[in-house]
Write a new protein. Sequence first.
Length: 223
Amino acid sequence: MALAILNGDWPAGTRLPSELFLTNHYATARMTVNKAIQSLATEGLVERRPKIGTIVTGRARERPVLEIWDAANAVRRDGGHYGYRLLSCGMVPEGSPIRAEHGLEAHAPAIQMLCLHLSNGKPFQLEERLVNVDAAPRITCQPLEDVSPGQWLLAHVPWTEAKHRITARGATPMVAEHLALEEGEACLVVERRTWNEDVPVTFGRFWYPGDDHCLEGRFRPSW
């Protein structure tokens, strides 16, 4: 479906076929089709309109150079076995300077997490995550020990804008411990913020061992 939208076979304004038709066409489960459409909606490629259906948006031809990456997909794409650990999780205290840093109201509930993603049992990515609970209220009821916050957010919480920042940094003592590195060793660091309209949704800081990681973006002009 995404390919049909991106290559222009389904231009802006096109109404997607019914879920039943797509289920038969792709020979898959209807739940899989529903999740795929939800993913397209989250990415802003389609819009679900009551009593009308699912419509391809005008933003569908505008693709970012850097996509929203998922560690599990990256590991599996390279043929590895993915693993995940939730290292810590807790509410951000009121008055914490983290709130102002990320544009959160003084009393807005927020969750802070630290997660480790593994490839074949070895550290692949260390994730620092902050989530605005007002933008994702159901996250407080999720078993985040089993599903990473990034995967859950992509599947359940819409976003309209994202900002990436990529830097090279030396591993802090905490990062070095979890990524099995020497303190100060080079790391690739990706920071990502997302918003839903004017509401901050989440901030993620992702640390990668610098000696065997790169980021690649493939894109086409929107004209």
